[in-house]
Design a protein around this ligand. Sequence first.
Ligand code: NAP
Length: 324
Amino acid sequence: MKYATIGTSMITNEFINAAKEQGKLTLQAVYSRTEEQAKDFAKMHGAPQFYTELEELAKSDIECVYIASPNSMHFEQVTLFLKHKKHVICEKPIFSNRNELDKAFQTADENGVFLFEAMRNLHMPGHLALKEKLSGAGRIRSAVLDYSSYSSRYDKVKNGEVPNIFSLKFSGGALVDLGVYPLAIALDIFGKPEDITYSPTIIETGVDGSGTLILRYPDFICTILCSKISTSYNHSEIQGEEGTFTIDDIGTLANVRFIQSAGETIIYEEQSQHPMSYEIESFVNIMESNDQEKYNQFRKISTDILEITEKARKTNGIIFGIER
Ligand SMILES: NC(=O)c1ccc[n+]([C@@H]2O[C@H](COP(=O)([O-])OP(=O)(O)OC[C@H]3O[C@@H](n4cnc5c(N)ncnc54)[C@H](OP(=O)(O)O)[C@@H]3O)[C@@H](O)[C@H]2O)c1
């Protein structure tokens, strides 16, 4: 399947390398706003074509596009490609709010193409192993999922700059950037919570630099911690009456253990494949086999994530530029 990329930052490099490893997507074209960058990026990755006009790329004979632009640009770009009947893999957070998501999925349906959110950890073997073994913990009584990692881009904030990921204009902030990873895992294994509350630490740019999201389930609370202005060295935990799962890194689910008073079992240990190759495999399988059931599972998670993050933001007065 011929695909193109939008965005020329580190994550697009990673996606291209993962796609090469996975083997089913062939890089046909790259897009950048500037010709020099587009040309260099195409050369670096061996892409036959490069574009500086999105419309032209959308009209080309690619079948699929990977979008890794700043968050607030996703909706317009995704819509353009869907309307040209291209499958779209869009980086997380897929959109700024639920309204954009509903409209985009409708456009995908109308044009008979797939739209995926690249939420890589949902596709990792560690997550699948955790899901399979979860019942071993018995009744779940507490979960604490933590994704806190100091961002070097916060140094720029300290110098008075507003990097995209720390800006309201580009729909940034800790919850939508990092908190969505543990949130996706929680939604996939526990389902949609009865209620949520969010307590953010708002920084000078107006976004949440860190925050605590509480997901309330009938039998337990799942606490999600996220930060881009400090780093956690704790692992994440899911505690049941019969035992506790520990997860070293909720972003990759490398190293998942199950601990009971009798001892410890390794559920999953570090994978050797490229971390993004699993999601690519998943998306390609869904597209090739037209697996609507799997597609709808991921679509539901993306929908619930946006409903929750939008509520979490708006109850705290975090309003993105496109929403003003
Ligand atoms: N899955 C993961 O592990 C992971 C990791 C990091 C990021 N992400 C996601 O990937 C997306 C991109 O994140 P990022 O940190 O790479 O973003 P970024 O560096 O701010 O921008 C990504 C690309 O978008 C273009 N761009 C930058 N500023 C722009 C602007 N003002 N207007 C239009 N285009 C602009 C640039 O490409 P050109 O200059 O070539 O046009 C740039 O390479 C986000 O949605 C993020 O959440 C995912």
